[in-house]
Design a protein around this ligand. Structure first.
Ligand code: CA2
Length: 159
C-alpha cells in the first residue's frame, strides 16, 4: 500500500518560506534601538519581501506573542512550505514545545536573532532552537533575516 505523503510544492512552482517572529518583536523600532536597531518589524517584512521577489520565492511573514500559536505555525510550515526562518525571541531560551515542533519539522530551517545573544545576559546564551535547526545567524540586526533567506533558499535548492 502506498504511504500517505504531504505535497509541499506550491501550485505555481515557487518555493514557499515561512518566517516566524516571537514575543515582543511587534515592538521593534519603538524602544531599545541600541540593541535591536531602529527598523520596525514591518520594515523588516518589506525588506524580506523585496529580496524574496528577486529570489523568486514566496514568503509568509508572521509574528505572535503566544507560544502555542508559534508551535501551530511551525506545524503548518511543515505541511505547506519548503523552509523556515525563526526568531523565537524570548521563547528561544525557554520553549521545549518549540524545540519539539522544530524536531518534527524535517525541512531546512534557520534561526535568526537581531542582537548577539552571546554578548548579553547569560540566560540568553542557551537556545533550544539552535539544537533543532540547520543554521544560526545572530548579532547582525535586520540584515540577518536577509542573509537567512538567501542561505535557506540556497540550502533548499541544493537538496
Ligand atoms: O535579538 C533577538 O532577535 C532576540 O530574539 C530578541 C528577543 C530576546 O528575548 C532574545 O534574547 C534575542 C526580544 C525581542 C523583544 O524586542 C523588543 C523590541 C523593542 C522593544 C521591546 C522589545
Amino acid at each position: 500500500m502506498a504511504s500517505a505523503s504531504i505535497d509541499n510544492n506550491a501550485s505555481d512552482g515557487q518555493l514557499r518560506i515561512m518566517v516566524l517572529n516571537g514575543p515582543n518583536l511587534n515592538l521593534l523600532g519603538s524602544r531599545e534601538p541600541e540593541i535591536y536597531g531602529a527598523q520596525t518589524l514591518a520594515d523588516i517584512e518589506t525588506a524580506v519581501a523585496d529580496l524574496a521577489s528577486t529570489l523568486d520565492v514566496t514568503v509568509d511573514f508572521r509574528q505572535s506573542n503566544t507560544e502555542g500559536e508559534l508551535v501551530s505555525w511551525i506545524q503548518e510550515a511543515g505541511a505547506d512550505c519548503q523552509g523556515l526562518i525563526i526568531n523565537g525571541a524570548a521563547y528561544t531560551h525557554t520553549s521545549i514545545a518549540i524545540y519539539d515542533a522544530l524536531l518534527a519539522f524535517e525541512l531546512p530551517a534557520i534561526e535568526v536573532h537581531l542582537s548577539n545573544i552571546f554578548k548579553r545576559e547569560s540566560f540568553r546564551h542557551h537556545s533550544y532552537v539552535s539544537a533543532a535547526v540547520d543554521g544560526v545567524i545572530c548579532g547582525l540586526g535586520a540584515k540577518g533575516y536577509l542573509l537567512a533567506l538567501e542561505s535557506l533558499v540556497h540550502l533548499i535548492r541544493a537538496e
